[in-house]
Design a protein around this ligand. Structure first.
Ligand SMILES: NC(=O)c1ccc[n+]([C@@H]2O[C@H](COP(=O)([O-])OP(=O)(O)OC[C@H]3O[C@@H](n4cnc5c(N)ncnc54)[C@H](O)[C@@H]3O)[C@@H](O)[C@H]2O)c1
Length: 344
């Protein structure tokens, strides 16, 4: 069994789900369902949170500080589940002190592109893989639809439309990843409008408040276009994509069943999804930890590693730069030091 240590014991570490949930949306729940990984140690500043975690998911070794856990435990995977402004500091400390081969870092990867670069460089130097938790990516049906579309179900993909409100780093980064999952991870530019956040929060010195995405157009090297529809609530909900190809189209929601159609105009026919060998429903965190275990077994690259999370972050920060400058931003972004309070 590969050993996981979790830093930060809040919602996404465990509190979004209960141990008995069949499809948990949290690290502890996904790990509990896997026969290849187990949570053996956890760290949180808060005594109550440590005890609560231990009662629900333990027994595990408890630490009041991540550094002590990195120093004392032999871990294979470290899950960084503190809030965004702490990601760089805690990930760099883990890289410095632990021999863990994988860091499963919650989104957002960093609060500036410089932070994302620093994490990437330190991880590359150490030979540690960073996987960023763009967790809607790991819906089993989402992964399967990406595969069958890649294999040509609807021809060549030319446009992917995604729908999500909220901050490009703290929330709609999931949607940006889903757009890339179907359009590709080769973005070359983004043009976006953002609006002020509706969150009431104190912004620490040095940070800017994270805006909300109103709309964006992403262009890809492949020739594909991504359209991010933001703003308020959408009838399509969030975390879903409409994928348009040369020979058909598909609708892929994270929550709910996918649909696809082949042919155009009067020739259009709905595809019987049952013929596409769709996998059973499963916790995205179970799927992610299984991919991480595959990597530890055989070196097979999991999803949401550097080739995926870095372009996604370029788009997210590029959206903010585009709204400020009023221009289309070529990617990778030139400006890398803007510090956003991405505290989701
Ligand atoms: N993948 C997803 O869908 C998803 C969903 C929600 C949150 N998130 C991300 O997960 C991260 C955590 O969000 P959350 O809602 O679980 O936060 P939270 O506030 O519920 O939990 C954070 C925990 O970190 C602890 N903590 C703070 N500083 C610490 C330190 N220095 N050392 C150890 N522990 C410390 C706090 O005591 C708290 O228990 C954020 O980056 C957020 O964006 C991801």
């Amino acid at each position: 069994m590969y050993k996981i240590g979790i830093v930060g014991l809040g919602n996404i570490a465990h509190a979004y789900s209960k141990p008995e949930d069949p499809y948990p949306y949290c690290h502890a729940g996904g790990a509990k369902l896997s026969e290849r990984v187990e949570v053996t140690a956890v760290a949180d500043l808060d005594e109550g949170r440590r005890q609560e975690f231990n009662e629900l998911w333990g027994p595990v070794k408890l630490y009041d500080d991540g550094q002590k856990m990195f120093d004392e435990e032999e871990l294979d995977v470290i899950a960084v589940c503190v809030r965004g402004p702490l990601h760089e500091k805690i990930t760099l400390a883990a890289l410095e002190s632990s021999a863990a081969k994988v860091i499963f870092l919650e989104k957002p990867a960093g609060c500036s592109l410089t932070e994302v670069d620093n994490i990437h460089k330190a991880a590359t130097d150490k030979g540690t893989l960073i996987v960023v938790s763009h967790s809607r990516h790991w819906g089993p049906h989402v992964l399967r639809m990406a595969d069958v579309i890649q294999d040509g179900l609807i021809g060549d993909v030319h446009t992917v439309v995604g729908y999500c409100q909220g901050g490009p780093l703290s929330f709609s980064v999931h949607e940006i990843d889903m757009i890339c999952q179907f359009a590709g991870y080769d973005p070359i530019s983004v043009a976006a409008s953002t609006g002020p956040s509706t969150k009431e929060e104190d912004i620490p010195d040095g940070y800017e408040q994270e805006p909300t995405v109103l709309g964006a157009v992403i262009r890809y090297e492949s020739g594909a276009t991504g359209v991010h529809v933001g703003g308020g609530t959408s009838s399509a909900g969030a975390f879903c994509v409409d994928v348009f190809g040369s020979k058909g189209r598909a609708f892929v929601p994270f929550y709910g069943a996918p649909k696809a159609w082949t042919g155009k105009g009067k020739e259009e026919k709905e595809v019987d999804i049952a013929t596409l060998d769709m996998p059973e429903k499963a916790s995205p965190f179970l799927v992610a930890y299984e991919e991480i275990a595959d990597y530890l077994d055989s070196g097979k690259t999991p999803d949401c590693g550097p080739d995926m999370y870095r372009p996604v972050n370029e788009i997210a920060f590029g959206m903010i730069e585009s709204n400020i400058s009023g221009e289309t931003i070529s990617l990778p972004c030139k400006k890398r030091d803007r510090l956003i309070f991405a505290n989701g």
